[in-house]
Design a binder for this molecule. Structure first.
Ligand code: ATP
Ligand code: MG
Length: 280
């Protein structure tokens, strides 16, 4: 009775982390008890949220650490609101040991399932590779979503993400049914570029029978500001006009937030009935 959703993709830089962290902010702002799990040892999500990197993910999965000792609160600054129920599990260098450990997928399923009935929504951010951690993500999640840019290699990597999901389904069998694809989220879109429009057409033509395809989020400098300033796109769009050193304009930040929020709200819709059913 908890929605578990992962950002996945085979390629680097397709906006997994920026969308996953902001999705978590949106869920927390909607009043959902939100747990964000960083499974990428680069620790980009910790950086974006303004949390100190640590090997909490490693300790939880391979050292049987307690959840309550590993989770850290996400700063109000990132959320742009106070007193939300929003915690995260940071990752760092020792993630490489988790990635190669034979027990990882089993342990991830066991540990992350402990959040069912406790959290309203659990969001996992993955690294671009394919490791035991990824198998764990596919098997423990109810849904995965696929962010993609509208470039050649990003679009062509969608196929391999679908293939991996099929592979995970075979590994998990009936005991561990793998995640369903929630949708494809095209990002960093520039409608003025012919090539980008063409690639968006390819995504719609190629995958619309397989899953939902969200309207593209435009490429915007507001996203850069959001990630480097440790402000979610929501917090940025409400930030004071005179915040020093920002390249964004308020309307640009609002537009970026509104485009992203269509995706975020559809995830919240999915999580809410679940949260209400358990009376949290
Ligand atoms: N709509 C957008 N417009 C402009 N820049 C964006 C947009 N969305 C994300 N970005 C930027 O794109 C870059 C890559 O995003 P991100 O780090 O989320 O990708 P990733 O898939 O997690 O990468 P990795 O594979 O390294 O984990 C970041 O610098 C981020 O700020
Ligand atoms: Mg990332």
């Amino acid at each position: 009775v908890t929605l578990i959703i992962s950002a996945i993709g085979r390629k680097g830089g397709i906006t997994k982390t920026s969308t996953a962290t902001n999705l978590a902010a949106a869920c927390a702002r909607a009043g959902l008890f939100t747990v964000f799990i960083e499974t990428d040892g680069q620790g980009n999500a910790s950086e974006i949220m303004g949390v100190e990197k640590s090997d909490a993910f490693y300790k939880l999965i391979l050292k049987d650490a307690k959840w309550e000792e590993m989770l850290v609160p996400v700063p109000d600054k990132f959320m742009g609101m106070r007193d939300m129920r929003f915690v995260m599990l940071p990752a760092s260098n020792l993630t490489s040991e988790v990635e190669s450990h034979a027990d990882t997928a089993q342990n991830m399923i066991r540990r992350i399932r402990q959040l069912r009935g406790v959290a309203d929504v659990v969001i996992l951010d993955t690294s671009p590779g394919l490791t035991n951690v990824h198998v764990g993500c596919y098997l423990v999640s109810d849904y995965v979503y696929l962010p993609t840019t509208t470039e050649q290699f990003s679009v062509s990597s969608l196929d391999s993400a679908f293939e991996l999901l099929e592979q995970a389904k075979r590994i998990g069998g009936t005991a561990y049914p793998a995640a369903q694809v929630f949708g494809i989220l095209p990002n960093r879109y520039n409608w003025k570029e012919n090539d980008a429009r063409e690639k968006l057409g390819e995504i719609k033509g190629g995958y619309k029978r397989k899953c939902r395809i969200f309207d593209p989020i435009e490429n915007s400098v507001a996203w850069h500001d959001s990630c480097t300033r440790q402000l979610s796109i929501y917090a940025l769009s409400e930030a004071p006009r005179n915040l020093p050193g920002l390249s964004f304009s308020r309307p640009a930040a609002r537009k970026a937030m509104q485009q992203f929020d269509v995706f975020a709200q559809s995830v919240i819709e999915l999580a809410k009935p679940v949260a209400e059913a358990v009376g949290t």
